[in-house]
Design a binder for this molecule. Structure first.
Ligand code: ADP
Length: 538
């Protein structure tokens, strides 16, 4: 083997913001501020404040490898923390404030965070958590002195930056240096930490720009509804500055009306988020009889997107849907759909129903129960395993979870059941633990949900398995009806019979007021099972 004669310059996160400040200096970052009002500055000004923050962190004594936690909405200060913390060689540990307080305390202790930065909104939460947080944990309130309540003894973010130089001499770090840490939401057992590196973050950022080119570029303004507090807002904090895309951060206001207003006033062209968020936006767009003027596409992922949602966005509003699949352990994007501009609406809808094609760097394989590889023919299905430079190689300080997560060849087990077509389109059949095993056959909860939610009276549907004395498990589908809609169980079942075999149809439809959601805005099947316990037979 002959080694190439090229410089060994490591991939590095602070290079991204220095590049944006140099090449896209006037492109803007707009934030709906926690204190109210709109904050707007350029990438050049962001770089200046990030440098000041890096000096401030040094003054606080932050050392390479230290974990520095954040509990914050999508806004400019959170973006600054991403770059400054990783840039000095420390680890930016984002925490999801929607987790149960017990889980947050568990995570801070497991990560052994030394400092916690938090938004004003979370002051009551931090106060309540304090007795359970590590002794010596330093607290920094992400605001200025004027907004800090008198009884708060935390350090003040703006004071940490104040007076420092607007340039920082970033250390040259090996590219595998840990940059950031995110815990899974722990729907199965304790949360598990994915520890990203400078290299993995940049490889992922390049790949999503290539995979979803519609969202990026100097003519685009992207609104991440996906939170900076969970899986790096799907990589947007890196991909946007790299590509000169402007960022519009929604802060704490994520309801349909607030999102619509911000998109309209800021000329947002693209937005990324989970399906439940877009349900709120669709309702708002229907009320106002229009979409935000500049909005042309939504990337939807995190859970399966119901075909009815894709159809509504494409046909009622002319918004292109990109459907993506991924996991915390994959940084997180794995696949995204690639609609072809020459396709008509029906063609685009059909393209967006599967979960898409792999982004560069992700390899996928499907195996049966014995671990034997299955063909990519759109028919054979089995467990999906992945590998790539932005996929974890183990969980942070968790040997037990790591031991179960990989096969003998080192591929990561996703816990999803899937098939892949000859053209490379991934179809997620279900999470292994959500599949309904009825009389030796599998029924996909995603197919049941897609079928039920395509009924015109249904807003959202969620399917779970209920124990059954003869069939082991049978499906139960919970539905939330549109306001004022009147429909019977048999009408919904007749509708579902158009797309599903008779034995796959649920024995019962449960009409509910609301479906419980997880901390990441997905249907919480665990809570739904609990809620519908009285419907179980036997
Ligand atoms: P959490 O946010 O709950 O910690 P993740 O975000 O890592 O967990 O969830 C990843 C899982 O979400 C995937 O393994 C898959 O089951 C599900 N998922 C994500 N995107 C999609 C999608 N587009 N279609 C179907 N399932 C999806």
């Amino acid at each position: 083997m002959l080694t190439g004669l090229m410089m060994d310059r490591p991939l590095s996160i602070p290079d991204v913001i220095e590049y944006a400040a140099d090449v896209h200096p006037d492109r803007r970052v707009v934030s709906s501020a926690v204190e109210g009002g709109i904050h707007s500055y350029t990438y050049a000004q962001a770089r200046d404040r990030i440098s000041q923050l890096a000096h401030g962190l040094g003054k606080l004594g932050v050392q390479p490898g230290d974990r520095v936690a954040t509990l914050a909405w999508n806004g400019y200060r959170h973006l600054e923390l991403y770059y400054a913390i990783s840039g000095i060689g420390a680890v930016c540990h984002t925490i999801n404030p929607r987790l149960f307080p017990d889980q947050i305390a568990w995570i801070v202790n497991h990560a052994q965070d030394g400092i916690l930065f938090f938004d004003l909104t979370f002051l009551p939460l931090v106060k309540a958590l304090r007795p359970r947080l590590p002794k010596g944990l330093r607290l920094v309130l992400m605001t200025d002195r004027a907004h800090c309540p008198d009884d708060c003894d935390a350090l003040i973010y703006e004071e940490l930056l104040s007076g420092h130089p607007t340039r920082f001499d970033w250390p040259t770090l090996p590219e595998n240096t840990a940059s950031s840490l995110c815990y899974t939401s722990g729907t199965t057992g304790d949360p598990k930490g994915a520890l990203y590196s400078h290299r993995s973050s940049l490889m992922h950022a390049f790949s999503i720009i290539l995979g979803a080119p519609q969202s990026f570029g100097r003519t685009q303004r992207i609104l991440p509804v996906v939170p900076l507090f969970h899986v790096n807002a799907w990589g947007l904090p890196f991909s946007a500055p790299l590509s000169g895309t402007e960022l519009v951060f929604p802060g704490p206001r994520l309801d349909g009306a607030s999102l619509f207003d911000l998109m309209q006033s800021e000329g947002v062209t693209a937005a990324w988020g989970v399906p439940t968020v877009w349900a709120g936006l669709i309702e708002e767009m229907r009320k106002r009889g229009k979409k935000p003027d500049a909005l042309h596409s939504l990337l939807i992922g995190g859970s399966a997107v119901a075909p009815a949602m894709i159809r509504a966005l494409e046909t009622e509003f002319g918004i292109t849907v990109l459907h993506g699949w991924g996991m915390t352990e994959m940084s997180p994007v794995g696949t995204v759909t690639r609609p072809d501009p020459s396709q008509d609406i029906e063609g685009r809808i059909a393209t967006s129903i599967p979960q898409g094609k792999r982004i560069f760097g992700i390899d996928m394989k499907i195996v049966d129960d014995a671990g034997v590889r299955q063909p990519h023919d759109g028919v054979a299905f089995g467990e999906l395993l992945v590998r790539g430079p932005a996929v974890i190689s183990g969980y942070y300080n968790d040997d037990a979870a790591t031991a179960k997560a990989f096969d003998d060849e080192g591929w990561f087990r996703t816990g999803d059941v899937a098939k892949i077509s000859a053209a490379g389109d991934l179809v997620i059949v279900d999470r292994t633990k959500d599949l309904i095993k009825s009389g030796g056959e599998w029924i996909s909860s995603i197919e049941l949900e897609n079928s039920a939610s395509s009924h015109p009276s249904v807003t959202i549907a969620a399917a779970i398995a209920v124990p059954h004395p003869k069939w082991d498990e049978r499906p139960l589908v919970a539905v939330v009806l549109k306001p004022g809609a009147m429909v019977t169980q048999s009408e919904i079942l007749d509708h579902m019979a158009k797309t599903m075999a008779k034995w796959q149809l649920p024995d019962e439809i449960a009409f509910v007021e609301a479906i419980p959601m997880t901390a990441t805005g997905k249907v919480s099947k665990k809570d739904l099972r609990e809620q519908l316990k009285s419907h179980f037979v036997g």
